[in-house]
Design a protein around this ligand. Structure first.
Ligand code: ADP
Length: 607
């Protein structure tokens, strides 16, 4: 992209350079052509306006008379004065009449000490042509004062005989001076005139004068110098080197203004001046053309670069805008998709939330049903336990009843005997027994009562005592030794009745197991460990065979006869312990079976 831009700028610069150079040359061509035209016109005018002068004098009778009588001094004087007047009016340098032998018969400068009068000019070329009856023209590039001069000679013919000739001498110094003046400006073109021999005869640069345009041999130069036309100037080569031909016959040349200066490139234009056999040339400084061309090249390069950069910027901007739009569209799409997804997800979430709510309701319901079932089960377990204990209960109640009957019988006899003091003792004994029975029935009632579980701090020792009391009759009956190692300050977070139920279950299982044993001992131990209350009941029974151990906590698993056990005791007990965040497990006992469970310990502040 950048390379293309650079290439475009470079080619624009090259094209602009070429175009501007071409244009510059064309402009120079134009200007030079006009200048050449002007110079030629001025030159021809300058010379032309004098060319007719000899012709005018030719018809003068006095001059013809003088030529017929050259010795007539009066006539000579008259003619000379006439010529002086004429000369002044015509603006010429000198006007003179030459006789047939080439001697000056009359002259406008007769009064000057260096007057031509009487001078023999027969050797001069214009005299030769005049004698032949032709018009004579003679150019002296550097006359006495160094100024270029021109001679016009007109033969005076009478009866086909050449009597002599009239010569007008004019100076071209003024013309040359205007060239020199105009050429002072470095950028202006420098005109020069080359004569028929290829030597510069008029030039705006004095240093170029009398230089040969083309290189010529030494003999040639010597011959030219010997002509005397160039006033003894040695003819040196001008040192113009043609670099390259240009359009319309122009040439690019290299030359020095002075031998000491650097060579400069000029555009050389040329035009013939046929009337005099000369060539009018003009040298225009080419550096301006290149300067303009360079400027044009820089300008074109810069403009192309700028336009290119601007276009690149526009393209880039369009691309960025397009990208932005695309990004925005993509963002919008993503946003829309997201919105749809969010809506879908929200709907899904709402659906699953509703489902969850529904499940929660169902779960709560199921939990309530389960709790109810559990409570029912616990109740069933209690009733089963009471059923199992009914024998010992009836014994527990039967015994005081028997004692009461005996006491009341005894009291009646004592009343008959009038021993009222003894009666009072008996009645007091009866009251004690009734109270004891009341305690037993109260305990049974509270044990059998259907109560929902409620967790709170429970003194472990009192729960153990209540269980012991509930089983008091059986313990006594079986002669079981109960060893309690339970601290009074130990409290567990649970329900007291439930804990009693667990303990009663475990103890009655132990009593059942030890029925056939010699030694009957139950040890109840409770201790605190890491925020838990640990309880362990071990017996001295036969223990549990490993095959049964895995099934102990299954509901309705029993090894007892149908009237003795339902197989619910351990299952219910495990459930109760689990409900309070603990676990009931059968562990290896010292001699018999051992069960252990844990409950969360209640901090004393709860009590
Ligand atoms: P049940 O007492 O009605 O049989 P349990 O669930 O209380 O139901 O006891 C299940 C079984 O576990 C008992 O039948 C018994 O075989 C065994 N078992 C329970 N405790 C002991 C124990 N201390 N020693 C030996 N076996 C026991």
């Amino acid at each position: 992209m950048w390379l293309a831009l650079l290439a475009a700028a470079a080619s624009a610069a090259v094209l602009a350079y070429a175009w501007s150079e071409r244009n510059g040359y064309a402009r120079l061509d134009d200007a030079a052509a006009r200048q050449l035209e002007l110079h030629a016109a001025v030159l021809e005018n300058e010379l032309g306006k004098h060319a007719y002068l000899p012709g005018v004098l030719r018809i003068d009778g006095d001059i013809a008379a003088l030529l017929h009588a050259p010795k007539d001094a009066a006539l000579r004087d008259a003619v000379s004065r006439k010529l002086t007047r004429f000369n002044v009016q015509a603006g010429a340098l000198a006007t003179f009449v030459i006789d047939a032998q080439g001697v000056v018969a009359a002259t406008s400068d007769w009064y000057r000490p260096d007057s031509l009068l009487g001078r023999d000019l027969s050797s001069l070329p214009y005299f030769a042509s005049a004698r032949r009856g032709e018009q004579g023209r003679f150019f002296v590039p550097s006359a006495a004062g160094g100024a270029p001069e021109y001679y016009f000679a007109q033969p005076l013919v009478r009866d086909e005989q050449v009597l002599g000739s009239v010569v007008v001498r004019i100076s071209l110094a003024a013309l040359e001076r205007t060239w020199v003046d105009s050429a002072v400006r470095a950028d202006s073109e420098k005109p020069l005139v080359v004569d028929e021999r290829g030597v510069v005869i008029l030039s705006s640069q004095p240093a170029w004068k009398f230089k040969a345009l083309a290189p010529m041999s030494a003999e040639e130069r010597a011959r030219l110098a010997a002509l005397g036309v160039y006033a003894g100037h040695p003819i040196e080569p001008l040192g113009m080197v043609v670099e390259q031909p240009l359009e319309h016959g122009a040439q690019l040349v290299r030359m020095r203004v002075l031998p000491s200066t650097k060579p400069v490139l000029y555009v050389l234009h040329e035009r013939p001046v046929p009337r005099f056999g000369w060539r009018l040339m003009s040298l225009s400084d080419a550096s301006e053309v290149w300067r303009t061309a360079r400027l044009a090249a820089w300008g074109a390069g810069a403009i192309t670069g700028f336009v290119g950069l601007f276009l690149l910027y526009q393209v880039q901007r369009r691309r960025v805008v397009a990208q932005k739009l695309a990004a925005r569209a993509a963002l919008q799409r993503a946003h829309d998709e997201l919105e749809v997804k969010v809506q879908q997800r929200t709907a899904e979430l709402q659906a699953s939330n509703a489902e969850l709510q529904h499940e929660i309701v169902e779960r709560r319901h199921a939990e309530a049903v389960l709790r109810e079932a559990q409570e029912e089960l616990v109740q069933a377990g209690k009733l089963a336990l009471l059923g199992q204990m009914s024998a010992s209960i009836s014994h527990e109640i039967g015994q005081p009843l028997t004692a009461m009957r005996a006491l009341s019988e005894n009291a009646r006899l004592l009343l008959e005997r009038g021993e009222s003091g003894e009666v009072a003792d008996n009645l007091a004994g009866i009251t004690d027994l009734v109270e004891r029975m009341g305690r037993i029935t109260k305990q049974l009632k509270s044990f059998a009562r259907k109560t929902p579980a409620a967790a709170g701090p429970v003194q472990v020792a009192s729960a153990v005592r209540n269980a012991q009391q509930l089983l008091g009759a059986r313990i006594a009956q079986e002669g079981v030794e109960l060893r309690l190692q339970v601290g009074e300050d130990l409290h567990a977070l649970c329900d007291g009745y439930r804990l009693e139920q667990v303990l009663v279950n475990l103890m009655s299982n132990a009593i059942d197991a030890m029925h056939a044993c010699e030694r009957r001992q139950i040890t109840v131990r409770a201790w605190r460990a890491e925020g838990r209350v640990m309880m362990r009941l071990s017996d001295s029974g036969p223990g549990i065979p490993p095959a049964q151990r895995a099934r102990l906590f299954e509901p309705f698993f029993t090894t007892k006869p149908p009237d003795a056990g339902l197989g619910l005791g351990l299952a219910i007990s495990a459930n109760i312990v689990h409900e309070f965040g603990g676990a009931l497990r059968a562990v290896e006992g010292d001699d018999g079976a051992a069960f252990e469970f844990d409950l969360p310990a209640a901090e004393m502040s709860h009590v």
